[in-house]
Ligand binder design. Sequence first.
Ligand SMILES: Nc1ncnc2c1ncn2[C@@H]1O[C@H](COP(=O)(O)OP(=O)(O)O)[C@@H](O)[C@H]1O
Ligand SMILES: [Mg+2]
Length: 337
Amino acid sequence: MVQTELHQRAARLLTEIGLAAPEDIRAVVPLTGGVASDIARVDLPGRSVAVKFALPKLKVAADWHAPVHRNRAEYEWLRVAAQAAPGIAPKLYGRSEALHGFALEFIAGDDVWLWKAGLLEGRRDAGQAASVGDLLGRVHAASVTRGFDREPFANRDDFHALRLEPYLLYTAQAHPGQAERLTRLAADLYRAETVLVHGDVSPKNILFRDAGPILLDAECATMGDASFDLAFCLNHLAIKALHLPQTRADLLASVLRLWGAYRPHVTWEDAAALEARVCALLPALMLARVDGKSPVEYLDDAGRDRLRAISLTLLPAPPRSLSEFTEQFAHRLEDPS
Ligand SMILES: Nc1ncnc2c1ncn2[C@@H]1O[C@H](COP(=O)(O)OP(=O)(O)O)[C@@H](O)[C@H]1O
Ligand SMILES: [Mg+2]
């Protein structure tokens, strides 16, 4: 049998971490969807595991590089989540420093679905938004406890390269009138180091199974500002509310449900101040999904124009609370004039 390069790397990884011998491997099946890594399902006798290797260059944009050591931050984030939400997080089987790769539980089954796919199919919220808010709150809260090891997450320069530059600073170039505001948001986020930020809390990275939400893809993990994870995730719900009139009200209610479940975990600062920062960042991230380096793929030109217009109205004078935000957002969607 001719083995792919990925097969060989997976075999080396599973050998190094002592999970399986090369001859145990029945198949290595690449998983699609990711842009930053090689991910595969590895079939072993009687079970499958997942392996993930960081790629030195993302598949989306030629000039978007990311150091492979982010694989360590991702694995360490998954470890924190496993402790903060026992019974929900995927099992972890070990990591190879040399291969920039790790193995974890392969999440599959009749009860497993991707949040993004569910939302785009018009599936209504049945507690998912709140469960994500709760999980995020647990992880953030765990990271402010005494003795938390921040060392694997001293990654603000990676976060800058993967998040602040492609989203906020690149967008600032397209909108000189908003450049000062966007640059200031980026600078504040760069400086912050209060909580463990996941960095990519997107419905495309969240699987649900009966036990609860599984948040994957933590390769941007860094110590930072809690508002980033919240605004990043709520942005996805807001853009889907624009895109999907039939579930709009439910999606905007989900914004509030997510925040409502997150909020009780906020011990490290005033929750209202955090909420105000989320509201200030949201329109910037909305604009970034139109004019940044990672534009939303499911909106047509008219949808993008609307999103840009709403973002530009909210950005200079953001609401202070998410209930105001959802009200104003819904209002502007009903009356685009
Ligand atoms: N442990 C896993 N079990 C099942 N599917 C997974 C697992 N890890 C990743 N996937 C699938 O692969 C996709 C890409 O994985 P992700 O970690 O998000 O990589 P990328 O950084 O390339 O986006 C996910 O959206 C999910 O569908
Ligand atoms: Mg992903």
